[in-house]
Design a protein around this ligand. Sequence first.
Ligand SMILES: [Zn+2]
Length: 256
Amino acid sequence: MAGPDLVHLVAGEDVRYTLTGKALETWLPSLLAACDGRQSVETLVADAPAARRDDALSLVDRLYGERILVDGDAQAAHTPQARQLEVEGAGPLFERLRGHMGIATLPPLALLVQDRLDPEAALRFNERCLGGDRPWLWVSTGALARGYVSQVFLPGVGPCLGCLFEHFRRLTPTPELHDALREHARQGGAIPAVPFPTEGMGMLASIVDWKVAQLSLSEPSPALYRLHVLDATSLEVATHRVLADESCPWCGADAA
Ligand SMILES: [Zn+2]
């Protein structure tokens, strides 16, 4: 609800916020309406009158701080993209997926396949992808008891692979193992590959192919942007939604 120099934010019958400022009613309602999770703050603010952009930025900052505005997720930002795998990594699943790369006619979807528990290599891959303009995906059988196919990560929106690793760290009773493995790898230490059932690898490869196909659809399954977890013993598959982590050292607010 807008009036001279003010905008009320209303939820149900309650006025939750009253924001005031010179001529606020002329630009703020359209800016808030455009906050659909698909555009960056920079793009949204660029549509405000030039003289009001600083006000707009500080207002967005305040509303974000108070969780009135929240980050858009990858699903909201989805646009159909026909892409083909560009695979790196090692092991039998890597060999298998490398055969799915096809002839290079489509733009790439970067994929790292890991057959060992090597978070350092995964995070270096994530860093490279964060600096690029193509989506990325991570597949691992390194946890031995479980195989993972990550959600498709998109540049500039939603979680990154670092967010997923932070999620794992919070769940594990031994987060120091993750740090010790990274340090071991940084010192040049070898990390051995681990075995995984062949049938399980086939299922992980199928999930990867399915995600590549889903990425090209205008209305993909929400599972495109979910983590798939395959139990190596029972071959049961579950999916999990992993959100962007504000404290993620790679893509979060304080990322270098
Ligand atoms: Zn992140």
